[in-house]
Design a protein around this ligand. Sequence first.
Ligand code: ZN
Ligand code: ZN
Length: 54
Amino acid sequence: MKKECISCKVDISAVNNSVIFDCPSCGKVEIVRCGKCRGLSTDYRCPNCDFVGP
Ligand SMILES: [Zn+2]
Ligand SMILES: [Zn+2]
């Protein structure tokens, strides 16, 4: 299944250093971040609990 970065919607299989983790606040949503957004410290927002993290 294709995974898209939560911030920029890129297919993370095409980007190195991408990460997938459960929301640190609610733990119910899988947060997908590409290596580029990690490098830029782009904010992400959990669609379930509105947690915002770097
Ligand atoms: Zn991204
Ligand atoms: Zn959450």
